[in-house]
Structure formats: structure tokens, C-alpha cells
Design a protein. Sequence first.
Length: 116
Amino acid sequence: MYNYTKINPKECEFIPIASIDEIAEGDRLFIEVDESAIVIFKVAGRLFAIADLCSHDDGPLGDGELDGDKIICPRHGARFDIRSGKALSLPAIVDIPAYPTRVVDDLVEVGFPVGD
């Protein structure tokens, strides 16, 4: 699995998702792109996008509690860094995809590696 935050944004195709006004501070937006469930967070004025999928048991992750820049899986308590997708605690040991984000003309865009 890729850690997409390490991929050069110049190697990504950015897809417009929503108006920046649709995501309030502290909120999250659930989307699906090419059958991949993704959740976008707005934390401290910054946007982060990760797979809405716990690598421990493939359950939904986006409804979990946010603790700063970490999300806690609502099923078994695994923690992930929303900035990088890194698995931070058991029972998860595999990182999840984290997608680059940007805002262009008030539209939130999420980047996907070209060819994926």
C-alpha cells in the first residue's frame, strides 16, 4: 500500500471534490473516488485526506474520534496519523493511504498518483 503523502504532487492527478466552504473547521467529508472510500478532515485550517478504511479489519475509520492529528478507529481503537496514514497503535500494523490535498479557486482537490 502506498503512503501517498510521500508522492510528489506533480506526479498526481488532482480531482476537485467540494467547495472549501463545505468543510467547516473540525468537520470531515466522506467521498468515494473510483470505488475507494476517502475521508477529508479540516484540522487547524489544514486539509487531510485518508482512506476511510482501517487496515486492521477493513472497517470504516472516518467515524472515529479525532485526537489532534490522530484518528482512533471506532471498532478496535487502532490509531492512525491523518497527515501520513501511518498506523500508530495496535491492533493495526499496516499504514493506510493518505492523499495530498490542495485548494484551487475555493475548490478542495485530492491528488491521486497517475496510473493508480
